[in-house]
Design a binder for this molecule. Structure first.
Ligand code: SF4
Length: 447
């Protein structure tokens, strides 16, 4: 059961020595209650405190690691139901499924696509995380051959899916030390699957038809010694998946239901790509830790990776770029200077549009705590004085014959302030939307 800060405080030494990195025992207790601190940070905690607080501050959703060292994927450890309460921490791991009934020549091509796939967005490289190898043939040899090929070609973490324990064991032998995820223990085969998971030190999926059966299954597997579990509950449609995922997350977080305190695995499959995207987006938002797709389709991956990046960005820490002068293209002394905020998305949109326009330019990024233009202006972080100081500090003035500064159209009202801060500069109000920047720059270049 969760303890309050006051209950935890009563168990602490109350000496306020500060060695835990927090000035007082009370503040430390509050952090422990919010699961934002580890009792191990207090060197003077009593055995009673360790026993009581340790159990209460255990993460409500277990952290499970899958994959070989260096390519390991961590899932779980979430502490909130809604992202805005704090943040979601471990992004949904995206997996692509391969079947051992497919000719190896076809599979090899797709495996290479999975390995190479990378979407570069706002300074982050977004990739696929796992590969699921499915034993459609129900035979050991083709399954083992595909596992070996996938592991050798990608080095990625693998989910082994089979109802044949011999095939699973063959895959586990090939992947020894690489922590593949075994799919799946069911109420009918729990002992055999637990034995495999323990023998090969691999995480295990628990799969059952209802939430009650699933909770009973995970309790049984935990009793057998398997700690790293992932939940899978089959459902006919996206609404049922959403309902199950939500009930599991709430049970784990609000009711401290240990048997459901594990990451969730979902499948998004079907003929209609638009439907698959819609389902997959729903699961990423609520609350898939691992999402398996049955195809490698670029137009399907793009929205999913972008959504995942947005959902798993800490809302309290906007993604920022370094405030400084950036050269876009090969700007010279007659090139224009643009100024905008250090919100990553703004930077990448603006720099991308400048690049696409073919008009080289200097881009001054103003420190504005990672806020977008209008928000930064409203918060007093993107004022005429701040823009003027940033331009001066950038040193761009000494590189120019012609001093022209283009500011975002949404903050046209600060153009006068900037002119005061930057005597001798011509301040131009650019378009409101980055998409209109290219034609604007071309028109300016022709002047
Ligand atoms: S280290 Fe322990 S005793 Fe010292 S302030 Fe932190 S919680 Fe209190």
């Amino acid at each position: 059961m969760a303890l309050t800060g006051l209950q935890i405080f009563k168990l602490l030494p109350k000496t306020n020595c500060g060695e835990c990195g927090i000035p007082t025992c009370m503040a430390f207790a509050m952090k422990l209650a919010a699961k934002n601190a580890d009792l191990a940070a207090c060197p003077y905690a009593s055995e009673e405190a360790k026993k009581t607080v340790g159990a209460a501050s255990k993460p409500p959703i277990r952290l499970v690691k899958i994959g070989p060292p260096g390519r390991e994927i961590a899932v779980g450890n979430e502490t909130v139901i809604f992202r805005h309460e704090k943040t979601f921490v471990h992004p949904t791991a995206l997996a692509i499924a391969f079947g051992d009934d497919e000719p190896m020549s076809d599979a090899s091509h797709r495996i290479a696509e999975v390995r190479e796939y990378c979407l570069d967005r706002v300074g982050e490289k977004l990739r696929l995380d796992l590969i699921l190898v499915e034993n459609f043939s129900e035979e050991v040899a083709p399954f083992a051959a595909l596992v070996k090929t996938v592991a050798g070609a990608t080095g990625m973490g693998i989910i082994l899916r089979s109802s044949n324990p011999a095939a699973l064991e063959a895959g586990l032998k090939i992947l020894e030390g690489q922590r593949p995820l075994i799919h799946a223990a069911t109420p009918a085969n729990a002992e055999a699957m637990a034995a495999l998971a323990l023998k090969y030190n691999a995480p295990l999926v628990a799969r059952a038809a209802t939430l009650d059966e699933l909770a009973a299954l995970t309790a049984k597997l935990a009793g057998l010694g398997v700690k790293d579990l992932v939940l899978d509950i089959p459902a006919d449609n996206a609404a049922a998946v959403l309902q199950n995922n939500t009930l599991i997350r709430k049970a784990a977080l609000r009711n401290s239901c240990e048997p459901l305190g594990y990451p969730i695995l979902n499948f998004a499959t079907g003929h209609d790509a638009a439907e698959v995207v819609a389902d997959a987006c729903t699961y990423i938002c609520k609350y898939a830790s691992i999402l398996v797709l049955d195809r490698m389709q670029f137009e399907l991956l793009l929205p999913l990776l972008m959504l995942r990046q947005n959902i798993y960005t800490d809302p309290q820490k906007p993604i920022q770029v370094e405030p400084k002068l950036y050269a876009i293209g090969d700007p010279g002394p007659d090139s224009p200077v643009l100024a905008t905020t250090n919100f990553s998305l703004t930077y990448f949109l603006v720099s991308g549009e400048i690049e696409n326009s073919g008009v080289p330019a200097h881009l001054v990024i103003v420190e504005s705590e990672g806020l977008s233009v209008l928000t930064a202006w409203a918060a007093g972080k993107f004022t005429g004085a701040k823009v003027g100081s940033a331009v001066k500090a950038s040193g761009v003035e000494s590189q120019l014959n012609r001093r022209r500064l283009i500011i975002p159209g949404y903050v046209s009202q600060i153009s006068g302030e900037i002119e005061e801060a930057l005597p001798g500069w011509e301040v131009l109000v650019g378009p409101g939307e980055a998409a209109d920047l290219g034609p604007f720059l071309k028109r300016q270049a022709a002047r």
